[in-house]
Design a protein around this ligand. Structure first.
Ligand code: KG4
Ligand code: ZN
Length: 347
């Protein structure tokens, strides 16, 4: 197989992102020629969360110059790209439409295939982006994937590329959403996750006894934890002095539940490898805790490289490339799907 070039766009929420990936073939690892992200976080911070119309208008403004910069950085013309990928869902409809339509337009103009990619599959596969586990093999090893983002908390039994079963999910807030909501309660800027982690480093994780909610089976629930933080706040005399302890105690409660359920899930499916991805996987305390738990249970652990943890187009390009190798192509009539699911539960 000769080298293949794939350009991917990601606009599911508030990051406009473009990546170009080169697959050298012949057993060599794919090479990321460009990965650009234009973050809108500063624009949305004033509102305490993402405003869909502001997000889509910015994608429309930012995406074309970003594609041109990525091509320049890679030393390529659009006509040299072999396939164009974009995120189909899940995400905000008005944001998804911008990237999905632009990738279609680029593919039509270059007379090349279009690949419509599931954002959650991008997160799931991102754990393998820097790993030599894959290289030219189109197959991923069977594993248990913990995906923790702003919109999702999922445990996936990943048996091979495209063969996934959902074995655990949140029944209320996602882990990242809990970080963001508790961040708001504590008066921290959006998004709360990185802010809470920063303060937690200086705090005592045992200072407050927050609940470890363990709903049935392998599901998660984080809304009770958020409420526990809310009830604890009026009793705090000096919030500035207690901020680090509150952050550390909340973060530890989230981590304990994520680690416990991941271990249970892997023993249920028999997986020997646990992967961690999604925006919350930036959290170094979570990475360390899951890594140590895996080591003490004789399991392998692979975390998504931090630079690909939050939304980016490299993970969409990578998922697109693995699918492309499998022969996957999308029709130009393919529509976005804001509620797209990655997989269903085991029958
Ligand atoms: O994957 P992502 O970029 O977007 C979605 O697909 O949702 O995840 C964003 C989420 C936000 O909720 C953010 O607060 C959280 O990831 N996050 C973190 C950290 N960095 C980002 N949560 C905890 N600790 C972090 N260091
Ligand atoms: Zn995401």
């Amino acid at each position: 197989m000769s080298a293949q070039l794939l350009l991917a766009l990601e606009t599911s929420c508030d990051e406009s992102a473009v990546a170009i990936l080169r697959d050298p073939g012949k057993g060599a690892a794919p090479e990321l020629l460009s990965s650009l992200i234009s973050s809108q976080i500063d624009l949305h911070r004033a509102y305490g969360g993402v405003v869909p119309e502001v997000a889509s208008r910015n994608h429309a403004l930012k995406l074309r110059p970003l594609v041109e910069r990525a091509l320049t950085e890679a030393g390529l013309r659009a006509s040299e790209i072999d396939a164009f990928a974009a995120t189909r869902g899940p995400g905000l409809a008005s944001s998804l439409l911008v990237g999905h339509n632009m990738a279609k337009a680029l593919a039509v103009a270059a007379r090349k295939p279009f690949l419509s990619i599931n954002h959650m599959e991008g997160h799931l596969l991102s754990s393998f982006l820097d790993s030599d586990v894959l290289h030219s093999a189109s197959q991923i090893p069977p594993h248990l994937a913990l995906i923790v983002s702003g919109g999702h908390t999922m445990l996936v039994d990943a048996r091979s590329l495209g063969d996934y079963a959902l074995i655990g999910r949140t029944i209320d807030d996602a882990a990242g959403e809990a970080f963001d909501k508790v961040g708001r309660l504590l008066g921290l800027p959006y998004p709360g996750g990185p802010e809470i982690e920063k303060h937690a480093r200086k705090g005592d994780p045992t200072a407050y006894k927050f609940p470890r909610s363990m709903p049935r089976e392998l599901n998660f629930s984080f809304s009770g934890l958020k409420t526990a933080v809310r009830y604890a706040l009026p009793k705090v005399v000096d919030l500035d002095a207690e901020l680090s302890n509150l952050c550390a105690s909340f973060q530890q409660a989230v981590i304990d539940v994520l680690v416990d359920k991941s271990l249970r899930a892997s023993s249920k499916t028999g997986a020997k490898l646990i992967t961690l991805s999604g925006g919350v996987s930036c959290n170094s305390a979570l990475r360390t805790a899951l890594q140590q738990a895996c080591e003490s249970h004789g399991l392998q652990f692979l975390a998504c490289p931090i630079r690909f943890s939050t939304d980016n187009a490299a993970m969409i390009a990578f998922a697109g490339l693995l699918r492309f190798r499998q022969g996957f192509r999308s029709d130009f009539t393919e529509d976005i799907d804001p509620n797209l699911v990655l997989c269903e539960p085991h029958p």
